[in-house]
Every structure is written in structure tokens, then in C-alpha cells.
Design a protein around this ligand. Structure first.
Ligand SMILES: [Zn+2]
Length: 377
């Protein structure tokens, strides 16, 4: 059996600096083509370690030329992540330092909310053992917040790798897709549904890659292997912690999303979707992945994870002093559960019958365009 060639950030830096198409896309989306070496700072080093893990796994899924998949770090403070299809034949994944800092600064608040939302998980022996580990380097306050960061970066990297693996290249005529840019977006020409269907497609692969990375990390830290050496109770606990961590981490990665209320019926007519649509489809994709892979969790606990991880991730995005914050505080004062997702209109959208219809539309759209894609796997 052939082994997958190792991905190495330091040697790719030279490739990245001489890749004209990549340089051009960096300038468009970051305003600079400056790139960072993996040893630039503890935060960059930790992030490139996580990315390496995911890129290596994604490479192993390439049916040919896995070394085409490469990753780079933009030195920019702009918060963005890209998938770039270069004329050099390379499939680039780019993550900016600005995005790293944003995620790093957000995970402490997410970790605090997680502890409140999942007290049953915090008290387990496995979790207690996890909390005695030192945080990953990079300026994290607690070990748990650094693990949430790991999950968020693993999801983001997996999502970009997903665009490459699923062969979305032909759908992006400008040869690049940015998670947080207007330029290069395909939905400006009215192909809104296609754009969202591609995001969901990439999310599903992103979640798979994130799950594999986080489960290896936890297995190492706990010195356990999910498949072996665990009693039935321990296995259930492992799956609960893993599912909650992946779900919350991936939703935290969706930091650009500013929750607002939604009118599904107007969806096809707007140029850019209300961000809540993206958040909810992501939550639905996560639920699907958990259902498929965590057989020791019942439907009740899966729904609990879906709601609480949304509550935790959304709660951390509410800016003090805003209108959403005011409604949020009122909800909390009334002793209301799920105050954040209620205050932002997400709870209502979740129960909107149009949401199911919208998800079905996304599935039908990806089915329609699938024959025209050239997947790498
Ligand atoms: Zn994307």
C-alpha cells in the first residue's frame, strides 16, 4: 500500500511564495500576499499542527496526487479562510492569523458557557482527566478552551478540504472561494441556492474530518482508544463528550455568522442569505454526522447536543450593548432556557416548517450539480 506523502508547512511556504495564482488570491482577499512560517508564534504553531492533522487525513482520501493538497497561513489580520484552485495544479487551503486570533479570543467565553450547558459531561471521569492536561500553546486560558479551538480549526480546515475533495472547482469560475468575502462569491449572479448547497456539501466533509481529528486528540490525551479498553458506560461518555465538543467547536468556527431572524419564503430572492440559514444548515449537518457515527447516543441526547451547542456558540457571539444582548438579558432574567437562541430568532427558525423544505431544496440542488463536479476522492 502506498503511504500518503507528509504535508509540511515549512516547505510549502516556498511553494506558496512562488505560486502566482495563490499570490493573486491572497492579495484580493487579504490585501497582502504575506505568509507566515509555522514557527512564527505559539498560536500559529498550534494552528498549523491541527491543520496538518486534517490535511494529512484529507490527502489520504485523494484518489490521485495527494500532494496537490497544500495549506498556507496568511499573516493578515483580516478574518478569512480560502480554498484556492491554482493554475499550478495545487489545491490550496489558506487560514489567516486574524481568524486564529478571533477564534482564540472567543473560545474562553464558549468554554464557560459549555460548562454551564453540559454539567453532566464536566463531572465525568474522562472529562476530569482531560482538564488536568495543560492547554495547547497559543495563549489559551484553560485546557478545555484550547480543545474547543482545536475542534474549531479542525472543522474550518476540513470544510476547505471538503471543497477540494468534493470537486467544487468548476463551480467557482474565479478559482477561489472565500468564507468571508463578497468578491469571488458565486451567489452574486443569483446562484444563491447553489452556493449554499456547496457550503453544506463542504460542511459534511468538514464535520467528518473534524470528528476524526478530535477523536484522535482525545484518544491521545485520555490515553484511550475509543474502540478498545472502554466499558459500555465509558464508551457512551466518550461519545457524548466527543459529540458535544465537535458540535460546539464547529459552530464556534462559524464566527462570521451574525444571527438574525429569517423569512424562509424570501430566500431565493435575496442575494446573500440571512446568516442564520447557514448556521442552521451547519447544525443540521452536524446532527446528521452524529447520528451516523455515534451509535451509543439516543435521539434525545442528540437533540440536546444540537440545541445546547447552538446556544453556547451563539451566546458567545452576542455583543454587549446591542439589541440582541438586551433581549438576551431579558430572557435570562425571566429564567428562560435557551435564552441566546431564542433572543436571536434561531429557536423560532428551527421550528419553522419552511426550514425542512429549504434543507430538501439544498439536497436536491447538490444532486443536480453533482454530475458536473470532479471530486478528488
Ligand atoms: Zn465554504
Amino acid at each position: 500500500m502506498m503511504t500518503t506523502p507528509r504535508h509540511n508547512f515549512a516547505s510549502n511556504l516556498v511553494l506558496a511564495q512562488t505560486d502566482a495564482d495563490l499570490q493573486q488570491q491572497l492579495t484580493i482577499h487579504f490585501g497582502t500576499s504575506d505568509l507566515s512560517a509555522p514557527n512564527k508564534s505559539p498560536l500559529v504553531t498550534t494552528t498549523t499542527d491541527v491543520m496538518n492533522w486534517v490535511v494529512q487525513k484529507a490527502r489520504s482520501m485523494y484518489k490521485a496526487e495527494p500532494e496537490k493538497l497544500v495549506a498556507a497561513i496568511s499573516s493578515s489580520a483580516t478574518k478569512n479562510a480560502l480554498a484556492v484552485w491554482s493554475g499550478s495544479g495545487r489545491d490550496w487551503i489558506v487560514f489567516s492569523e486574524g481568524l486564529m486570533e478571533l477564534l482564540r479570543d472567543r473560545v474562553d467565553s464558549v468554554a464557560e458557557r459549555f460548562e454551564e450547558a453540559f454539567p453532566d459531561l464536566m463531572n465525568t471521569t474522562l472529562m476530569q482527566r482531560l482538564l488536568t492536561r495543560s492547554p495547547l500553546p497559543g495563549g489559551f486560558t484553560t485546557s478545555f478552551s484550547s480543545f474547543l479551538y482545536f475542534a474549531a480549526v479542525a472543522f474550518f480546515t476540513g470544510h476547505e478540504a471538503g471543497h477540494h475533495l468534493a470537486g467544487h472547482k468548476s463551480q467557482y469560475p474565479r478559482q477561489a472561494h472565500a468564507e468571508n468575502s463578497e468578491s469571488g462569491a458565486i451567489d452574486v449572479d443569483g446562484a444563491w441556492l447553489i452556493g449554499q448547497a456547496l457550503e453544506r456539501d463542504a460542511d459534511l466533509l468538514g464535520i467528518t474530518l473534524c470528528r476524526i481529528a478530535v477523536s484522535s486528540l482525545l484518544g491521545q490525551l485520555w490515553e484511550v482508544d475509543e474502540a478498545e479498553n472502554l466499558s459500555a458506560d465509558e464508551r457512551k461518555c466518550f461519545q457524548r463528550v466527543l459529540a458535544a465538543l465537535i458540535s460546539t467547536g464547529a459552530l464556534t468556527a462559524a464566527v462570521f455568522i451574525k444571527p438574525k431572524s429569517i423569512d424562509w419564503t424570501n430566500q431565493p430572492n435575496v442575494l446573500h442569505p440571512p446568516a442564520v440559514a447557514r448556521l442552521l444548515t451547519l447544525a443540521a449537518s452536524i446532527s446528521l454526522a452524529i447520528k451516523k457515527n455515534f451509535h451509543d447516543l439516543d435521539g434525545f441526547y442528540r437533540r440536546w447536543i444540537r440545541l445546547m451547542s447552538l446556544e453556547v456558540a451563539v451566546g458567545a457571539t452576542i455583543t454587549p450593548g446591542t439589541n440582541a444582548d438586551r433581549i438576551h438579558q431579558e430572557r435570562i432574567a425571566r429564567g428562560g432556557e435557551l435564552a441566546a437562541i431564542r433572543a436571536t430568532g434561531i429557536r423560532k427558525a428551527l421550528h419553522d416548517p419552511m426550514f425542512r423544505k429549504y434543507m430538501a431544496q439544498l439536497d436536491a440542488t447538490i444532486k443536480e450539480i453533482r454530475p458536473g463536479l470532479k471530486p478528488r476522492m
